[in-house]
Design a protein around this ligand. Structure first.
Ligand SMILES: O=C(O)CCC(=O)C(=O)O
Ligand SMILES: [Fe+2]
Length: 198
């Protein structure tokens, strides 16, 4: 059974596709992102090695605040449409966008995305990365990883999104990611409330 060959690398709620964009589109996105003021990721007083910028909604890891941000730039609309079609989502529901630049030596540690978000759809630019997953078992951790090729897209939902942690090992060459997210019920509730969420 051929599907068994791939079974170890896939879990429910994780999907992946290479070549969602062309090399020309990739180069244009990298140039556009290069013109934006990404800044070092901050977490409760610590400064990370990666640079980020959010649109639509911003979860501030420094103070736990969740609030509206500048609208998603118009030049990202075609990419948003493509990733929505890939993930089987309505592109209007992909209301949050996170741009990240990882310089050599930067990665992202084990985490689950914040509960104010639901679906996560990410596009990789520039270099390959390893997206790692782990889940606690009675005896330790169950783990696996998939390579993310430049110009590829992945979608995290369901079990992959909620039961597994993910992270990206530090890379040797610069990589960018463009991550779109939907809001969860919790995120939508705080949207109509005080714009603050812990
Ligand atoms: O760089 C990526 O593709 C993943 C980043 C990530 O997991 C996150 O920002 O929550
Ligand atoms: Fe994440």
């Amino acid at each position: 059974m051929q599907s068994d060959l791939f079974a170890p690398s896939l879990i429910p709620g994780l999907s992946y596709a290479p070549d969602i964009i062309s090399r020309e589109e990739e180069a244009e996105l990298v140039a556009r992102i290069g013109a934006l003021p990404l800044s070092p990721f901050r977490f409760q007083g610590w400064t990370g090695k990666r640079l980020t910028l959010s649109f639509g909604w911003n979860y501030d890891f420094d103070n736990g605040r969740f609030a509206a941000a500048d609208p998603i730039p118009e030049w990202l609309a075609p990419l948003r449409g493509k990733v929505a079609a890939f993930a089987g989502l309505d592109s209007a529901d992909l209301v949050q966008l996170l741009l990240t630049r990882y310089d050599p030596g930067a990665g992202i540690g084990w985490h689950r995305d914040r509960p104010v978000f639901d679906h996560v759809v990410g596009v990789s630019l520039g270099s390959e990365a390893r997206l790692r997953f782990r889940r606690r078992t009675q005896t330790g951790f169950e783990r696996f990883a998939i390579p993310l090729a430049p110009r590829s897209v992945y979608h995290l939902s369901g079990e992959a999104r909620h039961e597994w942690e993910h992270g990206i090992a530090a890379m040797e060459t610069r990589r960018w990611s463009v991550t779109f997210r939907t809001l969860s019920a919790k995120g939508r509730a705080s949207q109509s409330g005080r714009g603050q969420e812990r």
